[in-house]
Design a protein around this ligand. Structure first.
Ligand code: AP5
Ligand code: MG
Length: 215
């Protein structure tokens, strides 16, 4: 199963990715997570990416495309993959098509999670992430058992720098300008699945899995 998760910032892509990845036994590849790991480790890539991410704008295509190309050639992608946050521009989508066709494969489905702007801001601003295992919570919609502490590993929870209301608004504008056109791009290819993301986390997850199974 080769899947792309599409949707605006805070739609629930990362939240849903864990269940999909487990259900189909495919790796979850989030370009945002790859950048954050590199920022944390202070790599050259992290230093370059940080200035864009903190402003809420996209990292240049050429930096992102190379990372994904390399990642898709790793062994664990042999039976498929789940891309979260890539592609985000038509240049990235075209590069992905070219790369996959060189490998003799193509995407099976693109899942588009729809959520209103007001909810996106609420979701992103209340999001908290475990600094050790990366698990994601929400202060209201998905709170940890103990405030500020990860349920799974007891790690400390933190707020992403780009999750302030101002930066989230900028990210939504960038999404509307540069990423939303991909909905038509994949719809025209006949592989787009629309999901209502304004439902409970479990309900959204069930709908995604059923649609990927073709049920
Ligand atoms: P990235 O990390 O990909 O951020 P994003 O796309 O803006 O998406 P988010 O991670 O903010 O949201 P999500 O949809 O994963 O939501 P989540 O599940 O966490 O990218 C960050 C930056 O990196 C970009 O701005 C860009 O600069 C750069 N970048 C990354 N990829 C790039 C690319 N390809 N090209 C160029 N630049 C790139 O959920 C959000 C919150 O809502 C959580 O608290 C969660 O608990 C809660 N929640 C989830 N579902 C529900 C629900 N159903 N009901 C209530 N609450 C919910
Ligand atoms: Mg995410």
């Amino acid at each position: 199963m080769r899947v792309v998760l599409l949707g605006p910032p805070g739609a629930g892509k990362g939240t849903q990715a864990a269940g999909i990845s487990q259900e189909f036994g495919i790796p979850h590849i989030s370009t945002g997570d790859i950048f954050r790991k590199n920022i944390k480790e202070g790599t050259e890539l992290g230093i370059k990416a940080q200035e864009y991410i903190n402003k809420g704008v996209l990292v240049p295509d050429e930096l992102v495309v190379e990372i994904v190309k390399d990642r898709l050639t790793e062994d664990d992608c042999k039976n498929g993959f789940l891309l979260d946050g890539f592609p985000r521009t038509t240049v990235q989508a075209d590069s992905l098509d070219v790369e996959l066709s060189k490998m003799g494969i193509g995407l099976d489905k693109v899942v588009n999670i729809n959520v209103d702007k007001e909810s996106l801001i609420q979701r992103a601003v209340g999001r908290r992430i475990c600094k050790d295992c990366g698990d994601t919570y929400h202060t209201t919609f998905n709170p940890p058992r103990k405030e500020g502490i990860c349920d799974k590993c007891n790690g400390e929870l933190y707020q992403r720098k780009d999750d302030t209301e101002e930066t989230v608004n900028r990210r939504i504008e960038v999404y509307l300008e540069q990423t939303k056109p991909l909905i038509d791009y994949y719809n025209d290819k006949g592989i787009l699945v629309d999901i209502n993301g304004e439902q409970l986390i479990e309900k959204v997850g069930n709908e995604i899995i059923l649609s990927l199974r073709g049920e």
